[in-house]
Design a protein around this ligand. Structure first.
Ligand code: SAJ
Length: 406
């Protein structure tokens, strides 16, 4: 039996995937409300195919509990935020989860950390916790780091087909956990040491952050040069060794906008490109505001209450708003004591900001200027409804004549 600890965006699909492939699973989370929702037969976030997988896992007997189980494999998938001042990782959730595991696990158990951690975190924070609890690593407890790689919006496909990294002190234990993940994972699974696995994961997200920052920097250059950045990227990407990502209103989510900071926090002075990329991506919401300001001036518009932001989530077709560019933009307006703008997102049903609409047509009726912040399928399918509005399209999805771009 495996005990998956932390049933959020990563832990839940992972637990369900194991269960649906015949592994006996108990999912544990300290959030009682979340456990009771799962026990009532409902999933807790939107993701393509998640409800179907949930039904399969339930049919195979998955359990949910707020308690940790006595078993031989634990998979820990709890959040690892960073301290916004020092930029260093806050390992407290992983440390607490490991402590709780130590209080119930039998000797010989394997603890797999799936949460993304900064390189060295396992050495610095996790090994001591295990030792303090009287367990000898490698004898009483085995430690493994198996960072996830799945992308929200295509999680279930990627769980099955992405390659994975397993970091372990002992190749035999690494191979044992590889066999466990092979119950559902059809991609290559590389077994390496723990530090290499930690670093590789952070490097992957940092690479993407830097690439997006390059696209965003080009956007600013092209704005001054009066050139079309999308056309330039499209043509440059026809070169066989060039693959520039797309510019946008900023980088959000709990991974790409967070993980590079671990390297900046741990290696100040060395992580120069990484820091510059972070700054460029973090500057994008303000850049959108500057564009709104200059377009309003050009059009002789003065009433901010007639401006609306379309999209609140950190990217298209997900319901996750963590670190979203729209929230960053609203935060920045608040700092400058400016009134908030109208906001609408078809996927975010809870009220999380002021002036938030829950009806698209009412939102449209109340605004003259729409800023597309997120390219949900919802807007792509009814882009014609923006006809007659002033539109700033930060995602390059609107072809209506006169649409402003980043
Ligand atoms: N974005 C752009 N331009 C692009 C692509 C993305 O501005 O061309 C923006 C998005 O709009 C979003 C942010 O970047 O705000 C991040 O979105 P994403 O789709 O690039 O990535 P995430 O954060 O959803 O998932 C990433 C993935 N990492 C990589 O592709 C290297 C995923 O594989 C990881 O599992 C995930 O982080 C994670 O959990 O670490």
């Amino acid at each position: 039996m495996i005990n998956v600890v932390g049933l959020g965006y990563i832990g839940l699909p992972t637990a369900l995937m194991f269960a649906a492939h015949g592994v006996e699973v108990t999912g544990t989370d300290c959030n009682k409300e979340l456990i009771s929702v799962l026990k009532s037969g409902k999933t807790t976030f939107e993701e393509d195919g998640l409800d179907k997988l949930f039904a399969e896992a339930l049919a195979r007997g998955i359990n949910f509990s707020t308690e940790y189980m006595a078993t031989d494999v634990y998979i820990i998938a709890v959040p690892t935020p960073y301290d916004s001042f020092s930029k260093k990782i806050d390992p407290s959730y992983v440390v607490t989860a490991v402590k709780n595991v130590m209080s119930v696990c039998p000797k010989g158990a394997t603890v797999v950390i799936e949460s993304t951690v900064s390189p060295g975190t396992i050495e610095k924070f996790i090994r001591p916790v295990i030792a303090e609890n009287g367990f000898a690593i490698g004898e009483d407890i085995n430690l493994v780091h198996a960072p996830e790689r799945i992308i929200p919006g295509n999680m279930l496909y990627e769980l099955k087909y992405n390659s994975r990294t397993i970091g372990s002190d002992d190749i035999r234990i690494g191979n044992k956990i590889k066999t466990l993940y092979s119950s559902f994972c059809q991609g290559d699974i590389v077994v390496t040491d723990i530090k290499t696995a930690e670093m590789t994961k952070v490097v992957e997200n940092t690479f993407r952050d830097i690439n997006i920052a390059f696209a965003n920097e080009l956007t600013k250059i092209c704005r001054i040069a009066g050139m079309d950045v999308y056309e330039i990227i499209r043509i440059a990407n026809m070169h066989p060794r060039v693959n520039i990502l797309q510019p946008g209103p900023g980088v959000g989510g709990h991974c790409i906008s967070v993980d590079p900071w671990f390297l900046v926090g741990d290696y100040p002075g060395l992580a120069n490109i990484i820091l510059a990329a972070r700054k460029i991506n973090d500057s994008m919401p303000e850049f959108v505001l500057e564009r709104v300001n200059s377009i309003m001036k050009d059009r002789g518009m003065t009433d901010l209450s007639r401006v609306g932001l379309y999209g609140l989530t950190y990217k298209e077709n997900v319901d996750d708003v963590r670190e979203s560019p729209t929230l960053q933009l609203l935060e920045s307006m608040k700092k400058h004591l400016a009134p908030g703008l109208n906001v609408y997102d078809p996927i975010v049903t809870k009220d999380i900001v002021d002036n938030q609409y829950h009806d698209f047509d009412r939102f449209l009726a109340d605004v003259d200027f729409v800023v597309i912040m997120v390219s949900h399928n919802h807007i792509k399918e009814q882009i014609h409804k923006l006809d007659g509005k002033v539109v700033l399209d930060t995602k390059n999805i609107c072809n209506i004549e006169g649409t402003y771009k980043l």
